[in-house]
Design a binder for this molecule. Structure first.
Ligand code: SG5
Ligand code: ZN
Length: 231
């Protein structure tokens, strides 16, 4: 029964993922982050150390039955985050439409995920909601030239990773999972409260590639606690 709940949250592309792979998994992502399920506290500081000029290798992984998104692989050593005394290195960032995490039960048009891992391969994902607004100049080199097929690669020569991170680092933190197969648990999630803006045409360019979306449905908290330092 529990695994059936999770399977019901899969995009059609994951229909071949069977129940037994998910049996016993109860701390899954994404989740609905609401003012009535978050707890206020003093959270440990986040220290980002990000290159202001890194190369990106942008790929489209759109094959049916596989996780679908556009991913930017960053050069080794281009970025890290230190939290609670542990340093995690940035491997890649990618996007989902609509947002996977909900904000008071509402999705935003897009969500950014920055995937980091530490020396022991523990994963930490920094998520950021993306709203409609001005054209995002920093992301324009990617969103104006999105790789249309899996055969396509886009090289970006000088990307400022700091453009993805707000000055205000207030966040929501909880422990969850990958949002795509194999849905591995023990992933630290830090969802930044400050959204990023992109223009409607930038959002549309991404949605055109994945008309059915590439977002997993929200998963039950099952007693997990979401901490926040948003006043
Ligand atoms: C995306 O999300 C990424 C996965 C990522 C999952 O589907 O897929 C792509 O970017 C394909 C273009 O990235 C990879 O597979 C790279 C190895 O999985 C991981 O990052 C596993 C380490 C799930 O990530 S998420 O939970 O942040 N959404
Ligand atoms: Zn993701």
């Amino acid at each position: 029964l529990v695994s059936a709940l999770f399977v019901s949250g899969l995009p059609a592309a994951y229909a071949d993922i069977v129940d037994d792979k998910l049996a016993g998994m109860e701390a899954q992502s994404p989740i609905d982050i609401r003012s009535d399920n978050t707890f206020f506290g003093n959270l440990s500081p986040l220290t980002f150390n990000l290159s202001s000029s890194t190369t990106l290798d942008v790929i489209n992984n759109g094959s049916p039955g596989k996780e679908k998104t556009v991913r930017a692989n960053v050069a080794a050593g281009a970025g890290s985050i230190t939290v609670d005394g542990d340093t995690y290195n940035l491997a890649q960032f990618h996007f989902h439409t609509p947002s996977e995490h909900l904000e008071n039960s509402h999705a935003t048009p897009l969500e950014l995920h920055l995937v980091f891992s530490d020396a022991n391969s523990h994963l930490l994902v920094v998520g950021r909601w993306i709203n409609y607004g001005d054209t995002n100049a920093a992301l324009a080199p990617i969103f104006s030239n999105l790789p249309q097929t899996t055969a396509d690669h886009l090289a970006v020569n000088s990307f400022n990773l700091n453009s993805l991170i707000p000055d205000n680092l207030e966040s929501f933190r909880y422990t969850g999972s990958l949002t795509t197969p194999p849905f591995s648990e023990g992933v630290k999630w830090i969802d930044l409260a400050q959204p990023l803006d992109m223009s409607a045409s930038q959002v549309q360019a991404f949605q055109k590639l994945f008309p059915d979306g590439d977002a997993r449905e929200v998963q039950p908290l099952n007693g997990r606690i979401i901490l926040t330092d948003v006043p």
